[in-house]
Design a protein around this ligand. Structure first.
Ligand SMILES: C[S@@+](CC[C@H](N)C(=O)[O-])C[C@H]1O[C@@H](n2cnc3c(N)ncnc32)[C@H](O)[C@@H]1O
Length: 307
């Protein structure tokens, strides 16, 4: 997460993980403001190349500015990382040396009130990373059944009060703004005196659902493995346990020789390990980084190398 005014989260660690080299080919699937991408381009000078993807046109515009000095070596596309294989085919790249995914929303998105990501600002209930998302947060809040809303808030927000909140939403709808939603949540789930605002988990849940974040991670991971050359590296930063669990399970699963591997359609056959985990435990930001950028506190970086 995070771009200006801070360095991107785990910046040094990402560059160290990917070991960019001259002439290498890299993918940043979640370009954001282009901070990690810039580091990769600097470290792979003079001729390393980078494909950068983001669904958010505003992010792409920011990244274009950040990366202007490297214009000759970049390919920036407004597209989902779900189209990774197709984008590489379009460029004629058959294998890449490194891929970074820095999941979730950017600081720019959180800090732009009218995007509707933050319960601190009043804005339309939008929360889409990009215009291609099928539903806004308002669509979900106003159209789902009480049961569906409760399940969504529980599964993606790990919110204990999900049923109460869903009932209150259904009673109060239609809801159009973040402030209206916050007021409804506060009416049934008052602050418990901890540091977490009562709307935090419901907002997280809606954002994950609007952008189909967890399903997207599951779909992109096998594509990353297929796109890396042998010895190429994948670095994934996640910001909550639901994301991290998917990455962790995938890395573990791909690090084993298996019969009937669940992620592939080859039954009755052995599949050799496709990844080696570079570090068994995730890398987390230093105290110093968290002090400078509190949003980094929940970040976890996992790194794997293609066999
Ligand atoms: C945490 S930010 C990345 C920040 C970036 N690493 C930097 O250095 O500035 C995550 C970005 O991923 C984008 N994103 C989220 N889901 C995406 C997807 N499925 N495909 C492409 N980009 C996506 C968001 O729009 C956001 O800009």
């Amino acid at each position: 997460m995070n771009d200006s005014p801070h360095q991107p989260v785990l910046y040094k660690e990402i560059i160290h993980a990917l070991r960019p080299r001259r002439g290498g080919r890299y993918v940043d699937g979640t370009l954001g403001a282009g901070g990690h991408a810039r580091g990769i381009l600097e470290a792979s000078a003079p001729d390393g190349q980078l494909l950068g993807l983001d669904v958010d046109p505003q992010a792409l515009a920011l990244a274009r500015k950040t990366l202007a000095p490297y214009e000759q070596r970049i390919h920036l596309v407004q597209a989902s990382y779900l189209s990774l294989s197709a984008q590489l085919a379009q460029l004629g790249w058959d294998a890449v040396d490194g891929i970074v995914l820095d999941l979730g929303a950017s600081s720019m998105q959180f800090d732009t009130p009218e995007r509707g990501f933050s319960f601190m600002h009043d804005a339309p209930l939008d929360m889409r990373f990009g215009p291609s998302a099928l539903n806004t947060a308002a669509d979900l809040v106003n159209k789902l059944s009480e049961r569906e809303l409760a399940d969504l808030i529980y599964q993606y927000g790990e919110e204990r009060d999900s049923r109460k909140i869903a009932r209150a939403i259904v009673r109060a709808r239609p809801l159009h703004t973040t402030r209206e939603l916050v007021t409804v949540i506060e009416s049934v789930s008052p602050s418990r005196g901890d540091r977490v605002h009562p709307a935090t988990r419901t907002f997280q849940a809606l954002r994950i659902a609007v952008n189909e974040e967890l399903a997207s991670i599951e779909v992109v991971l096998p594509q990353t493995v297929a796109s890396l050359r042998s010895g190429g590296r994948l670095a994934v930063i996640s910001f909550h346990s639901l994301e991290d669990r998917i990455v962790k399970d995938f890395f573990r699963e791909q690090s084993k020789d298996l019969v009937n591997p669940p992620y592939e359609q080859i039954y009755g056959e052995e599949r050799k390990a496709t990844l080696n985990e570079v570090t068994r435990k995730p890398i987390t930001p230093s105290d110093e980084e968290i002090k400078n950028n509190p949003r980094a506190r929940s970040a976890k970086l996992r790194i794997a190398e293609k066999t």
